[in-house]
Each structure stands twice: as C-alpha cells, then as structure tokens.
Ligand binder design. Structure first.
Ligand code: 13P
Length: 247
C-alpha cells in the first residue's frame, strides 16, 4: 500500500508574507492521511521549517547541485537543503530542463546527490506537446526514466512525477486514459531500475486544481500530485489534499 503524496511546488513565488498559507496547510485539522509536502523557494526554507515545526508538513527544495559543496555561485547543494529543514528535493523539473539546459545525466547526478544527503528525490519527467503530437510520449518517458534514475533508487528515496510540459500552468490536462497509459508505462519501466517498483510513488503534475483533482486521483497508479499554482493558497491546496484523502 503506497502512502499518497500531495506535493506543492511554489516555484519562484513566495516571501515571508506567504508563510501563513503554509501554516494553514501544516496545522489543518483533522490532519490529512496523505503525506503533504511544500517545496518553497530556498529563501523561505528555514523560516518555513521554523513556522511549521511540530506539524506533519514536510518541506523540500526545488533543485540541488550534483556536488555537496564548492565553487558554484548561486547554486544550492543537497546537504544544504537538508540542513535548512528539507526532507525532499525536486530534480529535473521541466522548467529546470528548459531554462537551464538540464539533461537526464545531470538529473541523475542531482538525484544521486539528494540520496547521498538523505533526501527523497522527486524525479520529474514529461513530454512536450510536439512529442505528444508526434506519438512519441511513451518513448520519451521511457528514455527520461532510463537516463534520470540513479543506482540505489527505491521507494524510500525516490518519487517519480509525470508532468506533461504542455499541461504545466496551461489549464489543460491529458485525458484520464492518457494519464493512466503513462503512469502504467512508468510503473512497468522502473522494473529493474528501482529495488521495489510496486512501492514507488508516481505523481501526476500539470494544472491540478480543486475542480479536477478527484478525477485525476481516481486513475490507477496515480499516487498523488505535484501541484504548482494551486499549491500557493491553502484553500486550493487543502481542497486538493482532501480529494487525495478521499480517493
Ligand atoms: P501547475 O500546477 O501550475 O500547472 O504546475 C505544475 C508543476 O509544474 C508542478 O511542478
């Protein structure tokens, strides 16, 4: 039985004023049965960790460098995230892949660094609209998985997030049958790449909202969501968490 996971990715949003939203999620009553995670910008990690202390809310980074320390101006390492209060880190988000040219090999190195620091790596994969239109979605997914998952990965240290690039921030989502096809493909493709493929959580991400969450969470092999815009407000993220609890 996989524990469901609702993960919020705040991206480049949020200042001290927004800690109140995280506190509302952290101290919601009754506490959700699902695991809940917020990945704020790195500038908020320590303050958020302090302000939600004693709650079940877990915190994550949005990226990490592959090295634990060194001359890499502007970058943040996995041990630094752990030190700041993170238990998770997103690696290979499509915005990192497109804005910063991250390759599968780099994503794998980052996931390896996350594991070495004791963090759970949330490895993101997903096709572009052109790739879907060309009928290449499943090939792209398999190739990204093959290239991005490091040795030693398993359910204890790795979550896979399927985020179709064209669904992110667009208000568009794949049809339930399309999500089911990809999640089933991921479940099959990680056999051999992870120790316990049946136990690894696979999240869907891309325009998850209170209004579509229940339909998405009813799909086989969807173990939760990676939520962008709708995770910024406790009312919306709370509704998504409630839908996941009810699924
Ligand atoms: P949206 O939920 O804003 O579409 O973003 C999804 C995402 O990229 C989460 O990582």
């Amino acid at each position: 039985m996989r524990v469901k996971l609702a993960a919020g990715n705040w991206k480049m949003n949020g200042t001290g004023n927004d800690l109140a939203e995280a506190r509302k999620i952290a101290f919601a009553s009754p506490a959700p049965r699902s695991e809940v995670l917020i990945c704020p910008p790195a500038t908020l990690l320590t303050r958020m960790a302090d302000s939600v202390m004693g709650s079940p809310l877990r915190l994550g980074g949005q990226d990490c460098h592959a090295e634990p320390a060194g001359a890499h101006t502007g970058d943040i390492s996995a041990p630094m995230l752990a030190d700041a209060g993170a238990t998770h880190v997103i690696v290979g988000h499509s915005e990192r892949r497109s804005d910063h040219g991250e390759t599968d090999a780099m994503v794998r190195a980052k996931a390896r660094a996350a594991h070495a620091a004791g963090l759970v790596a949330i490895i993101c994969i997903g096709e572009t609209e052109a790739e879907r239109d060309a009928g290449r979605t499943l090939d792209v997914i398999r190739a990204q998985l093959a290239g991005s998952i490091p040795e030693g990965a398993g359910a204890a240290n790795t979550v896979i997030a399927y985020e179709p690039v064209w669904a992110i921030g667009s208000g568009r989502t794949p049809a339930p049958a399309e999500i089911a096809e990809v999640h089933g493909t991921i479940r099959a493709a990680i056999v051999g790449a992870v120790a316990d493929p049946g136990a690894v959580r696979i999240l869907y991400g891309g325009s998850v909202k209170p209004g579509n969450a229940a339909e998405i969470f009813a799909i086989a092999d969807v173990d939760g969501a990676l939520v962008g815009g709708a995770s910024l407000k406790a009312a919306d993220f709370g509704a998504i968490i409630a839908a996941l609890d009810a699924a």
